[in-house]
Every structure is written in structure tokens, then in C-alpha cells.
Design a protein around this ligand. Structure first.
Ligand code: ADP
Ligand code: ZN
Length: 734
């Protein structure tokens, strides 16, 4: 199909998912499916990949096949789809014979729009026979990096998908992954034998995540202070070793926190139980090794803590990626120490093998990232070969907390450098040993009386002990920072440190390096002081927190009755929108983000009732109708394209209803566009959207009660003039 009605995807988006806009690249990815072009879509976790194949499956005739690696993932997505009124099913080994039979019969009767299966099944002869009698719309391969040895989760069974194109030569294949490397992409295209695939790669930045990376000090206190900022919210804490998981979990429980452990040493059954308790919001905190997380779609994880450093930036990105999938602000705190680096080196083992060398390089890059003093968002995307346009991300410790830089960095760096120079020139040591590693340099600077130092006579150097008050650990970090900023060099083979050409500028030209203050401690910040992440869906301004929490409880109760995770009922983003707009009736409720037809029918009454009860009891204004929620990230972007189309229509005097129909958006959304248009064009009279008489009435009312809030104006006009018109008129005079 090369020609299709472009309005259909928008209608389906609203009808089933309750969204007005696509996230960046979703529209393009959907278009690939609609126009039968094989594709690879690379979007970070939380980028909304599933919708890219779920939505076109609803627009096209026939059934889409979705290949997914994990039973838990399949179940989660199918539950979620069913909740939104989409007919989806899975077939896997966890099903009873009866369930299996009933599913097959649904397929034969063309009742299923999306069928989830494991890769092994897709190559089974009997299954292929069944598929050949069914009309297939397309095949989607989820977690497609599993096919590549270069990905972080290679699965041999994915290799069997090679034959798909031979078996179904006329069916398009679309693949989806969060792994960005070029190599993995190429591998996916090659292994799946894709035909002229379009590769869509989104931004790897996760603007709604706030990254904080601190030296580990008193890690238990550091962790507790993060949790204290997120009382009753969901969070994951990663540790390197199982024993750390067990210890930490125990201490958290002793302190009264509600935490469960997760690692490979725990029985399958208990692991599953703990995971489910977390997914279903029965436990707030999960303490885990990296084994935890794959196959978890929980969208309301509000924080991820690393109690130790992960072994690569890919792992860090993936693990922190589990926070804030709903686009709301979430916090990622990493507490690291040099000893983590050593621990991982031991775990990697043979550093000389090919695999060892790669692992060791990644480890070093991770450590450098930790001690670096430049923007974390920038550093992560640049690791994946991308660049952010902004200077200040507004969402990392470096950019928002003004990194704690040493005021006397110059003097310290000069002392370190002159120590290195003196050591190098110290004649007494055998020539071959006249360069030293950072640990040794640190010991000399702190005035250690180690045997080796005394024997070499380095205690008589003038730089011996000149940084005695600073501690070895800090000196090591400063040396690393000087290496990273190019003032010092490290010999790759012997790990010895020497002064680079740039380093002499510190001595001769007093060039000031950036050195951080020793062991900054994560300070407890009240929630309201958290800087809003630059790209979080929107701020919490205007959101009634108490109502939000009440709605969470309601959601949890409903989810328990239905035996599904809470986030499948509604995402946090939807609850937040409800607590912001406070819809007083079902009509208004339909405007809430994430409320599609089915959810509106299933949950509208109970949620509206809860909102009305709460607002009436507390005398809180309802139907506040703020501007529509801003989409998470902007590309050049699909949102703007629609908006500009609407602007163009306004400039031709088009009515809101007509513009809404033309750009295929809800009228409420288009009223928001119109407000922006009026502000942008500095229009002072709302004709033709508001007639003269109404405008004058609104002006008079504003004169009497002010223009800050809409409700008093609305009330003064006896509720006869819709909010939208008041907003539009107000925009003209502001
Ligand atoms: P991924 O699979 O890429 O990690 P998901 O498919 O789990 O991402 O989607 C992440 C979150 O974004 C989910 O909560 C989903 O409901 C939400 N989402 C997806 N598409 C949109 C959209 N167009 N508008 C708003 N939210 C969306
Ligand atoms: Zn930053």
C-alpha cells in the first residue's frame, strides 16, 4: 500500500491510545509499515517503540506477527493492548492446552490483530502452515538487537529468523531496538535479509532523566537520601554483587523501607514473585544485580540508583533507561568508587583476550564518564555518536548543581605535576622505573612511608607529603581528571603517568584545570526543589499532588481486581494530567492523555467520580483546561508540522472546528494551537474565532475579576461562554 489516508493513524492513535500526537519518529516508523517498506527503528527505552508496530497493525487488514524474546514481555504488552481495546494474543510455552486451542481458534476466525510469539515458534512447520492460511499484515521483530552478536543480549534463537524472508517473501519485516550502534543495525538488516530497509534512528537522549553521579561516601546514607525524595514511588537499586544486594536490602528493610532483592542466586519462583510485587506496586524498591530489568515494561519507575559503577556506558544507559518510561521526570543517581573499576577488572578476568580488551576499554570509558566534569546527557549521547544542541542540559549534576569545583585547582594541579616531574628525574631509582602509576604518585604526595617509597628515597623529594591533607583517593581522581583533560598522559601498557605538552601550560601559563571537590555527598533535596528536567513531559506546576496520590490508590485497586499491573490501567502521565486538568465530566475526561475509547468506557466513571468528590470536598477548581501537554522531545518535528499546518489554516481565517478536522486533531488541541498562534502573531482581536459581542463581554468580565484565572471569568459570565473562547480572547489582550 503506497497510498493511504494519512488521517487514519491519527484517528487510531486517539481512539485506542488516547494520544493526540506522535512522539518523535513514531510517525515515520508507522509510515514504513503502512507503505510496505522494510525498516529498522532505533529508539531509546521509553521512546515508544511498541506503538510503531501496534498502531499500523490496527490500521491494516489482517494480523500482525510480533516476535518477542520473553514471555513476561509478551504478557505485559498483550494485557496492555487488551486494556486499550485491541485484540491481541500470544502463544507461548506458559499456556495451557485449552488456552492454546482457544487462541488458535481466534486466529482462524481472524479475530486477532496482533499475535506475539517467541522466535522458536515462528520457524516451526506446523505454525508456518497455520500462518499460511491466515492473512498476515506484516512481521515485527521486537528487541531486534538479540539477533546480533554485537548487541548486549545476543540470543541464538533469534538467528533462526534468518529464514523468514524465504518463507514469507511477500511479507514486510520491521524491526525495533534500543541498541544504537551501527554494527548492530547492519547485522539486523543482514540477518533478517531486509529489502532496502529504511533505518530510523531517534535521539538517544532521555531528557526527562536527571543524572547525578557522585563519589561513594557513606553509600547507605546516600541511597537513603535519594529514596527519601521518592517516598512511596517505585525505584530500582543496582549493585554489582549478590552479597551487596542482600546486605543492602536487609538494611533498607531494617530502616522501614519496603524493599525486595533480585539476583541469580534467588530461586526462580521467588525472583518471579519479587518482580511481580514490584511491577504491581506492592513493593516500592527492588535491589538487584544487572540480571533485573530485561522484560520489564513498568513505566512509572521514578528513580534508578547505582550503588556501584556499571561495567559499560551501554549498561548504564540501559539500566537508567528503565526510569521514566512514561516521560515524566525521574532521577538516576550513581555512586561510584575507584574500587568498582578494580572489581570489574577482576570479573572481566583475562584482559589480554579480544573480549577482555573490549570489556576493559568499555570499563575505562565508564569510569572516565563518572569522573568527568562535563554534561552527562552530552557525554552519553556522544558515546552513541550523537550530539546535543544545548550547552546546558538542565538535567544533570554538572549542569544544574554547579559542579563542586576546587577553587585552588591550579595549585593542586601544579603540585601533582611537579611531583610527577620530580619522580621522573629522581636518579636514585633504577632508570626503568622512573615513571609511576597514579597510586604511587598519590602515596608520595600524601607523604606515605611505604617501604618502596623509602627505599627509593622518594620521601626526600620536595613534593613528598605536600598534599597530605587531601587523601590518596582524591588525588587519584584529580590525576584521572587531568588525564581526561589532556594535561597528563597514561601509558596504555604500563599504566604509568607522565606530563603531556598541555600539562606544561599549567606550570608555565597558570592554565586552570577543572578539578572537583573531594567526595561530595548527595544532599537531600525536598522534591519541590528538584529542577524540572528540560524535556520532561511538562512540569508539575498546577498538578494537585494529593489528588494524584488518591488516583494512584484508585488505580492500584482497579489493577488488583483485574490482576494486571497498575501502569496498564493508566500511566503516571495520565494520572498527572487528570490531577492537573481535573475533568468534572466524561466529556472532559476524554481529553486526558492516554484515554482512548476503551479506557474511557472502562474507567471514565470511576475516575471522574473520584476527581469530582475530591475537588468538591476540598473546594478545588475543576476543568482547568491548561494548554495541551507538550510532547516529550522535539525533532524538527512531526508536531511542528501539524501545528504549522494549523497556523496556516488560521491565517486563512479557518474556524477551529474546520482546522481540527483538516489536521486531524481534537478541537481542544487545536484551540491550544490557536492560542499559540495568537500569541506568536501578536493578534489583538479574536475575530473570526470569537464574535465581537462575546469578546466585549469577556473583556468586561476580565476588567472586574482579573485575567489570571479563567474560572472567575467563566462564573461571572454565568457559565454561558466556553472556556476556550475565554482563553482565546485573553490571549489577544495579554
Ligand atoms: P519503548 O518500548 O520504546 O521503551 P514504550 O512503547 O514502552 O517504549 O513506550 C513508552 C511510554 O510512552 C509508554 O508509557 C507509552 O504509553 C508512552 N507513549 C507511546 N507513544 C506515545 C505517544 N504518542 N504519546 C504519548 N505517550 C506515548
Ligand atoms: Zn548536563
Amino acid at each position: 500500500m503506497t497510498n493511504y489516508d494519512h488521517e487514519i493513524p491519527y484517528k487510531v492513535l486517539k481512539q485506542y491510545w488516547g494520544y493526540d500526537e506522535f512522539l518523535p519518529w513514531q510517525k515515520e516508523a508507522v509510515e514504513c509499515v503502512m507503505t510496505c517498506r522494510d525498516s529498522v527503528t532505533v529508539l531509546p527505552t521509553g521512546g515508544g517503540k511498541s506503538l510503531c508496530f501496534q498502531l499500523p497493525a490496527m490500521c491494516l487488514p489482517g494480523m500482525a506477527l510480533v516476535v518477542s524474546p520473553l514471555i513476561s514481555l509478551m504478557k505485559d504488552q498483550v494485557d496492555s493492548l487488551k486494556n486499550a481495546g485491541v485484540s491481541a494474543a500470544f502463544i507461548n510455552s506458559s499456556m495451557s492446552a485449552a488456552e492454546h486451542y482457544s487462541c488458535l481458534s481466534d486466529i482462524r476466525q481472524n479475530k486477532v490483530k496482533l499475535l506475539y510469539i517467541a522466535p522458536e515458534r515462528l520457524v516451526m512447520d506446523s505454525f508456518i502452515e497455520l500462518l499460511k492460511t491466515t492473512k498476515l499484515s506484516f512481521i515485527a521483530i521486537d528487541e531486534a538487537h538479540c539477533i546480533s552478536m554485537w548487541g548486549h543480549d545476543f540470543r541464538p534463537e533469534y538467528r533462526q529468523l534468518k529464514t523468514l524472508k524465504n518463507v514469507f517473501p511477500d511479507i514486510n519485516i520491521h524491526s525495533y531496538t534500543a541498541t544504537a550502534t551501527e554494527l548492530v543495525c547492519q547485522d539486523i538488516c543482514k540477518e533478517l535479509q531486509l529489502t532496502a530497509p529504511l533505518i530510523l534512528t531517534g535521539s538517544f537522549d532521555r531528557p526527562n532523566l536527571i543524572y547525578r553521579i557522585k563519589h561513594r561516601d557513606n553509600v547507605f546514607n546516600q541511597i537513603c537520601s535519594v529514596i527519601a525524595n521518592h517516598k512511596t514511588e517505585s525505584g530500582i537499586i543496582y549493585c554489582i554483587r549478590r552479597t551487596d544486594v542482600d546486605n543492602l536490602c536487609l538494611r533498607l528493610n531494617q530502616k522501614g523501607y519496603n524493599a525486595l532483592p533480585y539476583h541469580a542466586g534467588i530461586s526462580d519462583q521467588d525472583r518471579k514473585k519479587n518482580q511481580e510485587a514490584f511491577i504491581n506496586d506492592r513493593v516500592d524498591v527492588i535491589v538487584a544485580t544487572v540480571a533485573f530489568g530485561m522484560g520489564i515494561n513498568k513505566s512509572n519507575v521514578r528513580y534508578v540508583i547505582h550503588a556501584g559503577m556499571p561495567k559499560s556506558l551501554e549498561h548504564y544507559q540501559q539500566e537508567t533507561g528503565r526510569a521514566g518510561r512514561d516521560g515524566l521526570e525521574s532521577e538516576c543517581c550513581l555512586f561510584f568508587a575507584y574500587s568498582d573499576f578494580m572489581t570489574w577488572q577482576k570479573i572481566i578476568g583475562d584482559l589480554d583476550s579480544e573480549a577482555g580488551r573490549i570489556a576493559s576499554k568499555k570499563l575505562k570509558e565508564m569510569y572516565d564518564f563518572c569522573i568527568n566534569t562535563s554534561c552527562r546527557h552530552q557525554a552519553i549521547v556522544s558515546y552513541f555518536g550523537q550530539k546535543l544542541d544545548t550547552q546546558n542540559c538542565g538535567a544533570c549534576d554538572i549542569c544544574i548543581e554547579e559542579p563542586d569545583l576546587m577553587e585552588d585547582a591550579l595549585v593542586i594541579a601544579q603540585k601533582i605535576i611537579s611531583c610527577i616531574v620530580r619522580l621522573k628525574n629522581s636518579g636514585r631509582e633504577a632508570m626503568s622505573a622512573s615513571s609511576f602509576g597514579s597510586a604511587y604518585i598519590g602515596r608520595v604526595l600524601t607523604g606515605s612511608k611505604d617501604q618502596r617509597i623509602l627505599q627509593a628515597g622518594h620521601d626526600s623529594l620536595s613534593t613528598w607529603g605536600i598534599l597530605a591533607s587531601e587523601g590518596k583517593q582524591n588525588i587519584r581522581i584529580w590525576i584521572e581528571q587531568l588525564v581526561m583533560q589532556g594535561y597528563l598522559k597514561r601509558d596504555e601498557e604500563y599504566k604509568t603517568i607522565s606530563v603531556s605538552e598541555n600539562g606544561w601550560r599549567i606550570i608555565k601559563d597558570n592554565e586552570i584545570p577543572r578539578l572537583t571537590k573531594p567526595l561530595p555527598i548527595h544532599q537531600e533535596q525536598p522534591k519541590t526543589q528538584l529542577t524540572v528536567a528540560r524535556g520532561a513531559t511538562s512540569s508539575w506546576e498546577g498538578v494537585d499532588n494529593e489528588l494524584f496520590n488518591a488516583l494512584r490508590v484508585l488505580r492500584k485497586n482497579l489493577a488488583e481486581k483485574q490482576n494486571v499491573p497498575a501502569y496498564i490501567v493508566f500511566s503516571d502521565a495520565s494520572l498527572k494530567d487528570m490531577a492537573l486538568r481535573r475533568p468534572s465530566n466524561l466529556n472532559e475526561f476524554l481529553h486526558i492523555t492516554g484515554v482512548g475509547q476503551k479506557k474511557w468506557e472502562s474507567y471514565g466513571d470511576v475516575f471522574v467520580k473520584a476527581i469530582v468528590d475530591y475537588c468538591t470536598t476540598n473546594s478545588i477548581e475543576m476543568d482547568t483546561m491548561p494548554a495541551p501537554i507538550v510532547v516529550k522531545q522535539t525533532k524538527d518535528s512531526s508536531l511542528s508540522a501539524v501545528k504549522f499546518h494549523a497556523f496556516e489554516l488560521f491565517s486563512q481565517g479557518c474556524s477551529v472546528e474546520e482546522a481540527a478536522a483538516r489536521v486531524c486533531r481534537a478541537t481542544s488541541t487545536v484551540f491550544g494551537y490557536l492560542e499559540e498562534y495568537i500569541q506568536q502573531e501578536k493578534i489583538t482581536h479574536p475575530a473570526p474565532w470569537v464574535d465581537e459581542k462575546t469578546f466585549l463581554m469577556i473583556l468586561e468580565a476580565m476588567d472586574q475579576v482579573g485575567a489570571d484565572r479563567l474560572r472567575p471569568i467563566f462564573d461571572l459570565l454565568n457559565g454561558e461562554i466556553p472556556y476556550e473562547l475565554i482563553r482565546i480572547s485573553r490571549a489577544c489582550v495579554q
